[in-house]
Design a protein around this ligand. Structure first.
Ligand SMILES: Cc1cc2nc3c(=O)[nH]c(=O)nc-3n(C[C@H](O)[C@H](O)[C@H](O)COP(=O)(O)O)c2cc1C
Length: 194
């Protein structure tokens, strides 16, 4: 019964052109494993970083999602609040996409879908990635937070003693899944025995 309920969860996933495309790919893999229905938007520069940073082919990444949309398709389901997604994560989230969300400037479907999540009061997780951060970046994070987004940079928890880069990536993805309301079966939490 619980598994059936989880299967019905609709999660919007954005992969933008910040470094760390592997986080978005791992998130898609893990959500598929948990039986979630995923709706994917990859920005043009997200496509570039997938090709530049990973060994995955773009089509293989798209195939991990239940549904995939072009970033310029403003008529797609995710563009409307009447399409009932449960939550959205942009992973990784560039400073440009963050700026668009913080400013309410929905230039593409990725920003529009995030804007919809905020106006519909749905969870929106932004796995922002940049370093160092300018005052503009920090102000935009504050604006997005004030509007209801969860700013969640993929920063490793070294107290979990990760041994490999793969473990570092998975650890952050599991934290994001907790926030999406779809905890991963294998997730380890500090202070718990499993
Ligand atoms: C290899 C590569 C790595 C990048 N890494 C980052 C990054 O970590 N953070 C960021 O904000 N922008 C980064 N950028 C710049 C963004 O891709 C650029 O601002 C782009 O316009 C973002 O558009 P999008 O948000 O629509 O994907 C990177 C670009 C390239 C080519």
């Amino acid at each position: 019964m619980a598994a059936e309920l989880l299967k019905k969860k609709k999660i919007a996933i954005g992969i933008s052109g910040a470094s760390g495309a592997v986080y978005g790919i791992r998130l898609l893999e893990e959500l598929a494993r948990e039986g979630a229905e995923t709706h994917l938007i990859i920005s043009r520069w997200g496509e570039y970083t997938i090709e530049r940073e990973t060994s995955h082919r773009l089509e293989t990444v798209k195939a991990l999602a239940s549904y995939c949309y072009e970033p310029d398709d403003m008529a797609a389901a995710l563009s409307s609040g009447s399409f009932p997604v449960d939550a959205m994560a942009i992973c990784p989230c560039s400073m440009k996409t963050l700026a668009g969300i913080a400013g309410g400037f929905s230039e593409d479907l990725l920003m529009r879908a995030a804007d919809v999540c905020l106006k519909e009061r749905r969870p929106l997780i932004l796995a922002v990635r940049e370093t160092p951060l300018s005052r503009i970046h920090i102000e935009n994070m504050l604006k997005a937070t004030d509007a209801g987004a969860i700013i969640m940079p993929p920063i490793p928890a070294f107290y979990m003693n990760p041994n490999t880069l793969d473990e570092v990536v998975t650890q952050s993805v599991y934290r994001i899944m907790d926030k999406l309301g779809i905890p991963a079966a294998g997730a380890k939490h500090w202070g718990s025995s499993d």
